[in-house]
Design a binder for this molecule. Structure first.
Ligand SMILES: [Zn+2]
Length: 239
């Protein structure tokens, strides 16, 4: 072996060693991530908001509609929602399970009956290990939390179904819904006092109002005053 090949070989071993022992590459959170309006109600977001964000990663008004072709979008959304701890535990290997969690949560948000929701949520709670633990909070008070130490998929699999189950126990299905703004099917949590929310966002609400106005006008029931016809930004601008 010449001196040159010995140096090359040593460098190769070092490089291989480094690659083998490097932690999985985790990209920096996207600082430009824009939270779609109306999907979370506070910062940091609560677990119901995180469920809404996950379900709405499939958004029929987006092009392409599915933003969960990798975990990047949801990881960015978690960071923007004040849950970098959960985001950092999420890896690409979690994508199939994350998609399954999204599909099941969507069924919960769109369940037609309480029995249907219960049938979906209970196995999710068991599989996700959603066992409440007593945790002493910053004010020294004992609070019940699900998966308090977990991050990534483990945290999401336990906490999101638990949050949905808690809301169902409190208000049956009245506070969980999917958008009535065709073709949107985004999920929402109805936190309004009246409990009459029908749309995922003001944008969908306005779209539906404009469509209803046009229909009434066509039927001759409205004067030709285009008061709903305001220009709006494309929902693609939300992303
Ligand atoms: Zn909508």
């Amino acid at each position: 072996m010449t001196a040159d090949t010995a140096i090359t070989s040593a460098a190769g071993v070092t490089a291989a060693h480094r690659i083998e022992h490097q932690p999985e590459h985790t990209p920096q959170p996207n600082a430009d991530f824009a939270m779609p309006p109306g999907w979370i109600h506070r910062l940091p977001a609560d677990d119901l908001d995180l469920a809404v964000l996950l379900v709405n990663s499939m958004d029929l008004l987006e092009d392409p509609p599915d933003r969960l072709t990798s975990v990047h979008w949801y990881r960015d959304a978690l960071h923007a929602a004040g849950h970098g701890d959960i985001a950092e535990g999420l890896t690409e290997a979690d994508l199939p399970s994350l998609l399954e969690l999204r599909a099941l949560l969507r069924l919960v948000f769109s369940a037609a009956t309480l029995e249907e929701a219960v049938e979906i949520v209970n196995p999710m709670l068991v599989r996700g290990g959603a066992v409440p633990q007593l945790v002493v909070d910053d004010d020294g008070r004992p609070v019940l939390q699900v998966a308090p130490q977990a991050t990534g998929l483990e945290a999401l699999s336990a906490r999101l179904p638990a949050a949905a189950a808690g809301l169902i126990a409190e208000s049956e299905l009245r506070r969980l819904g999917t958008c009535a703004g065709t073709p949107c099917e985004c999920a929402f949590v109805d936190r309004s006092r009246s409990g009459s929310r029908r749309f995922c966002s003001d944008w969908c609400n306005d779209r539906a109002a404009a469509a209803a106005y046009r229909a009434r006008r066509k039927a001759g029931q409205e004067p030709a005053t285009p008061n709903y016809e305001q220009p709006r930004t494309s929902p693609a601008a939300w992303a």
